[in-house]
Design a protein around this ligand. Sequence first.
Ligand SMILES: [Zn+2]
Length: 108
Amino acid sequence: MSNTVHCDRCSQEIRIRGDLVTATMFFQVVPYHVDCYAKDLKGAKTLILNNQPINGFSGNFLTFIAIVVFIVSFFINDETRIYLSILSVIPIIYRLYSFLIYERHLEK
Ligand SMILES: [Zn+2]
C-alpha cells in the first residue's frame, strides 16, 4: 500500500491533511484537494459525488451523531433497531476507512 495520496481530479499528490477532502462517489471513498472537490461539485460529477465530505468538522459531527444513534439502537426493543444500527454504522465505517486509507498518511 502506498503512503501517498493522489487527488481523484488532478492526480497530484495531496500532502497535508488540511488540503484533503474525502467524499463518497458510488459508495467508494475518493480523495480530493479542497479546491478540486469544489470544482467537481460544480461540474458534471455533482450527480454522483456526495456533497457531504467525510472528513472535516461536518463529517466528524455526523460521525459523532451516527455513533450515538448506533449505541441508542441497542436499547430499542423492536425491529427498527436493525435499520437504525445498519444506517448508523455506514457513516462510521466510511469515516474509519477515510482515516485509515488516506488521512493517516498525511501531515497535519
Ligand atoms: Zn487535485
